[in-house]
Design a protein around this ligand. Structure first.
Ligand code: SAM
Length: 280
């Protein structure tokens, strides 16, 4: 393993700070600084960039991002045991690492950043990864406060993000991601790269916000996709009834056959449905 900086190896950091992985916090730590460097490189160029990192843990990815030149990192970590480890990194890179202790689902990142635009780079805790992503995809105003997201998920979630109509994994997440971003799986990471190893393969995904996504209300799109994919095997004239509107009329106004199923409707079709739904 090549050395990426002059700080101690991650194994030593984890031992020193008693960072025994906790399942409740989705803690599967990367020990290989070459691999964290590969993830950080996927977010390059990093010079002059402020990075938001969720769940830095012992700081493997954080160190790689700093080594590759990130101007500043705002790192949000819920586990108090990791804070001392992160402070040692902050001391090594004065003024470049702001540690925020707390729950990423509750913290207003924009308050931490001010008017600055940022890039989100993270090996997300698997239990809140989807919730965080949906929050970022439905951010207002748009274009959002971040210019790119490079995120690690379980492979199955990554497939649901990049899926196209007709794919088995196509669903609500694919519609939201496809509407506002261009999303691509960059590479896979084997379970053996983590301590403890998870039971599934992970994937690094890059999402780049579209400058001008089709105009649509994010909440309406969420509601329509929730209703449609909540009963994905049913015809839309049935599944959209849960929206409390005349589903037949909604579909007819959108030019969609009442017998169509959610999995057959592309992003544009859902945007049209959401726009008409929002008007009612
Ligand atoms: N970035 C490290 C790495 O790659 O080895 C750790 C990744 S680990 C998969 C997820 C991290 O997210 C853990 O450090 C965990 O404590 C943290 N975490 C879990 N829930 C969180 C939350 N709600 N807010 C912020 N951090 C959280």
């Amino acid at each position: 393993m090549t050395q990426i900086d002059d700080l101690p190896p991650l194994r030593e950091v984890i031992r020193k700070h008693g960072l025994t992985p906790k399942k409740s916090l989705g803690q599967n730590f990367l020990h290989d600084l070459n691999l964290t460097a590969r993830i950080a490189r996927a977010a390059e160029p990093l010079e002059n960039i402020t990075v938001v990192e969720i769940g830095p843990g012992p700081g493997g990815l954080t160190r790689a991002l700093l080594t590759l030149g990130a101007r500043r990192i705002v790192a949000v970590e819920r586990d108090p045991r990791a804070i001392a480890a992160l402070q040692e990194i902050a001391e090594r890179y004065p003024g470049r690492l702001d540690i925020v202790e707390g729950d990423a689902l509750k913290i207003d990142l924009r308050e931490q950043l001010g008017p600055e635009r940022a890039r989100i780079v993270a090996n997300l805790p698997y239990n809140i990864g989807t919730a965080l992503l949906i929050g970022w995809l439905t951010a207002e105003p748009w274009p959002p406060w971040y210019d790119q997201m490079v995120l690690m998920f379980q492979r199955e979630v990554a497939e649901r993000i990049v899926a196209r109509v007709g794919d088995k994994a196509y669903g609500r997440l694919a519609v939201l991601a496809g509407w506002r971003t261009e999303a691509r799986i960059l590479f896979d990471v084997a379970p053996t790269a983590f301590v403890p190893p998870p039971s599934v393969i992970s994937s690094v995904v890059r999402l780049t916000p579209r400058a001008e996504p089709l105009p649509c209300d994010a909440i309406a799109l969420q509601r329509v996709t929730e209703a449609a994919f909540g009963q994905r095997r049913k015809m839309l004239r049935q599944s959209l009834k849960s929206l409390g509107v005349d589903a037949g009329a909604l579909l007819s106004d959108a030019g969609i056959a009442p017998t169509a199923r959610a999995e057959e409707i592309d992003v544009e079709g859902f945007v049209t449905l959401a726009r008409i739904f929002a008007r009612r």
